[in-house]
Design a protein around this ligand. Sequence first.
Ligand code: NAD
Ligand code: UFG
Length: 341
Amino acid sequence: MKILVTGGAGYIGSHTVLLLLTNGFEVVVLDNLMNASIESIRRVEHLTGKKVSFIKGDIQDKTALTSLFNEHAIDAVIHFAALKAVGESSTIPLEYYQNNVHGTLCLLEVMANLNINHFIFSSSATVYGGENAVPYEESMPLGEASSPYGASKVMIERVLKDLAQSNLDFRAVCLRYFNPIGAHESGQIGEDPKGIPNNLLPYVAQVAVGKRERLQVFGDDYSTQDGTCERDYLHVMDLAEGHVAAVNWLQKNSEFTGVEAFNLGTGKAVSVLSIIKAFEQASQQKVPYTIAPRRHGDLPAFWANAEKANKQLGWRATRDLTQMMTDTWRWQSNNPEGYPK
Ligand code: NAD
Ligand code: UFG
C-alpha cells in the first residue's frame, strides 16, 4: 500500500512515517516545511534503510496535489499538515482557518476528483471542549472549541462527516490525540519547536539541557491532587502505532462507510509537577521552576477513555511515563539545538 502523509516531516508525522516504512508501506510525504526540517526525513530514511518520496509543497496547492496523485497511486492519506499553536491561533485566526480548514478542503476536493477515498485525520482532544465530563468518550457531543485552532479541528470533523454522507465510498478516521510527547528511542528524531516552546515537555527538556533558565508552571491552584493541571500524556511512538492500526482497520473493514473517531491516549492523567519529577529522575538533571499564574484557556484535567481504540483498532499505548521521559531526554541531549538549521 502507498500512503500519502501530509505534514510528514513534522513531529508526529516523522515518527509515523518511520513506522509505516518498517511495516512495509510505501510513503509519499507532502510538506511545505513551514514548521519542520527535511533533516527529519533524511534521518527516518537512515534509520529504516528505506526511501521516502518527498515533495515540498502546500496542501492548498491543488495543481501540485493533482500531479502528486497522478504520479503516485495513493491508497490512503494521513493528514497531519496544520498549524498547531493554540495561543497563536487567537492572534492570527485567519491564517489558522486558511491553512487548516481551507487547506483540508483543497486536499479533500482533489481526492474526491480522483476518487481517493481513505482518509485519516489528526484531530485532538480539544474537540471535546470544556463542557464534557472526563474521561472523554467518542460518543460525547463535540464541545465549544476554546481557540481558533480547536475550532478548525471541530470544523474539519464536521466536513468529513458531511462528505461521507454525500459519498458512500469515502471512509475516514478521526484520531483524537491527547498529549503526545517523547521521541523515537534512537534519539535521532523528535520534537523540534521553533522559538519558545508552547508545550510543556519541549520546555522542560530545554530547561534541562540549559537552553532556558526555568520553567513556569501555569497555576498550582486547580482542583487537582497537587493543584497543577493534569493531562493524558502518550508516547509519540504509541501514537504512530495508532496510525498504522487505523490504516489497517480501514483496509480490513471494507464494509465500513462513514467517519469513525478514536481517542488515542493512555487513559491516565498526570500533573505538571509529576512530569517535572519524572523528567528529573529519567534525565538526572535539575528542572528549576516557578509557579506562575494560570494560562488562559487551560482546563484543570482531562484524559481519554481509550477503550474504543483498544476494542476496534486493537491498539493500546504500551510505553510508560519513564520511557516517555527517557526518550525525550535522549533526543534533547543528543540534539540540543534540534535539527541542524
Ligand atoms: P508539526 O508542526 O510538527 O507538524 C505539522 C507539519 O505540517 C509540519 O511539518 C509543517 O511544516 C506541515 N504543514 C503545515 N501546514 C502545511 C501546509 N499548508 N502544507 C504542507 N505542509 C504543512 O505538528 P505535530 O505536532 O506533528 O502535529 C501534527 C498534527 O497533529 C497537526 O494536525 C496537529 O494539529 C495535530 N495534533 C497535534 C498535537 C500535539 O500536541 N502535537 C495534539 C493534537 C493534535
Ligand atoms: N504548562 C506549563 N508550563 C509551560 C507549558 C505548559 O505549566 O511552559 C502546562 C499547561 O498549563 C498545561 C500542561 O502544562 O496544564 C500541558 O500543556 P501543553 O501546552 O503541553 O498541552 P495542552 O494540554 O495545553 O495542549 C495540547 C496540545 C493541543 C491539543 C491539546 C489536547 O498543544 O494542540 O493538547 O490534545 F489540543
